[in-house]
Design a protein around this ligand. Structure first.
Ligand code: FAD
Length: 394
């Protein structure tokens, strides 16, 4: 990189950073994205890998989020056919469950309406869905469609698309400091990755940027803490979600199960030749987001739910992973808190925008909203491409 001046610099190479870099580069801005570990190394490799509206968010009346997510799901299925596919979901309803059949009819009808009555919006009701599914007390099985992706491959495809549209990539490289200047920020960046356990000093680089976008996921407030003068931060909570990778492929369809312990929704999903079982919601109390790990209690909770519905099936755990959701702080259960992405601005820092929370499914729409702020601040450029037309390839 000969010229060290950028119009837009993005911190964080997860799905949001990738999406913002793609949108900014496609809109004609000289763009740089900086990632400290690897593309999709953190939350964006630890999701449930669903492109979905989030049927369960209807219970907390997040209709706008569900409609936007369903539109983006449908668009991604078209733009990235090698990376995203429709997946049939089954919701078994038992006599002793909290959610009643009429509630599911209402919920799925609303889900169909919010998805614009697309080809994936049809749902059906059946007597059973799987030979091994517990039949005692089973009333009905509701069947509907959503989408599945590989979160790592999707993020990397968006990064490639950003690069093809002119974005420059810097990875591994860590932002150490961002000092506000009259016309943007001066950034201090440490390049490379030192040997673990050594105190090796790494090359330091100074860069200038007109606009800074903080897409550092669970590090969001830590990265804001690197900015001088210190900007306002939002109160947020990091909530852990864990998944188990199960050796046995229980089904090529997905199951949406109500955990007997607390009524939460648990997914049993096909994952290549295996299955994926998740997820949980546990407050994360540590200081280092990289230290997040599956606890024995979460393992037991997930396996008990799976055995409850598939009592004769084997669930051999061959891998596991945990990720962190960034949710607004609150006294209510994590499940009840909004899952929208919040774009945070501080009037004293008009060229700095931070993304709190959000969903994999809506990354492109979120990036579009970020772009509107960038345009307001920097003015428009000659547009190279529109992200809703850019195909994404493996
Ligand atoms: C358990 C769980 C399940 C989920 N399931 C789904 C799902 O099925 N569908 C869906 O749509 N959404 C899902 N989500 C939400 C989705 O996964 C996240 O919203 C998304 O991955 C967050 O991406 P991100 O880019 O904001 O953060 P991340 O992917 O965490 O990226 C942030 C990046 O910033 C980097 N970084 C931090 N500090 C610095 C620094 N100083 N310098 C340089 N780089 C830095 C980090 O290394 C990291 O790679 C789920 C989330 C969780 C936790």
């Amino acid at each position: 990189m000969a010229d060290e001046h950028y119009e837009v610099t993005v911190i964080g190479g997860g799905i949001h950073g990738a999406g913002v870099a793609q949108a900014a580069a496609a809109a004609g801005y000289r763009t740089l994205i900086i990632e400290q570990r690897d593309w999709a190394a953190e939350t964006s490799s630890r999701s449930s890998k669903l492109l979905h509206g989030g049927l369960r968010y209807l219970e907390t009346a997040q209709f706008g989020l569900v409609r936007e997510s369903l539109r983006e799901r449908n668009l991604l299925l078209q733009l990235a056919p090698d990376l995203a596919h429709p997946l049939r979901f089954n919701i078994p309803v038992y006599r002793d469950m909290r959610r009643r059949p009429w509630q599911l009819v209402v919920g799925l009808s609303l889900y169909a309406l919010l998805s614009g009555l697309s080809s994936l919006s049809r749902f059906s009701i059946s007597r059973s869905a799987h030979a091994a599914l517990r039949t005692q007390g089973l009333q009905k099985v509701f069947r509907y469609w959503d989408g599945q992706t590989d979160d790592v491959q999707l993020t990397r495809a968006v990064i490639r698309s950003a690069q093809e549209n002119g974005a420059e990539l810097l990875c591994p490289a860590r932002l150490l400091q961002a000092s506000q200047q009259p016309d943007g920020y001066q950034l201090t960046v440490e390049e490379g990755r030192g040997e673990e356990g050594t105190q090796e000093s790494l090359p330091i680089r100074q860069l200038q940027t007109d606009y800074l976008v903080n897409c550092s996921g669970p590090w969001i407030n830590q990265v804001l803490g690197l900015v001088e003068p210190l900007p306002q931060q939002r109160n947020c909570e990091l909530v852990k979600g864990s998944h188990l990778v199960i050796r046995e492929k229980i089904s090529s369809e997905a199951f949406y199960l109500e955990a007997p312990a607390d009524g939460r929704a648990i997914f049993l999903l096909p994952w290549g030749e295996h299955s994926l079982l998740g997820t949980t919601e546990q407050p994360f109390r540590g200081d280092d987001p990289q230290a997040v790990a599956v606890s024995p209690q979460e393992r037991t909770y997930l396996l008990e739910t799976a055995h409850h519905y598939f009592p004769t099936s084997n669930f051999t755990v061959i891998d596991e992973f945990a990720g962190l959701r960034v949710l607004p702080s609150g006294d209510n259960r994590a499940f009840e808190r909004p899952r929208d992405c919040v774009l945070h601005l501080d009037p004293q820092h008009p060229a700095l925008l931070s993304l709190y929370g959000g969903k994999l499914t809506t990354y492109r729409k979120t990036a579009d909203k970020v772009l509107q702020h960038i345009r307001q601040q920097l003015g428009p450029r000659a547009v190279r491409a529109a992200t809703d037309k850019l195909p994404l390839q493996v």
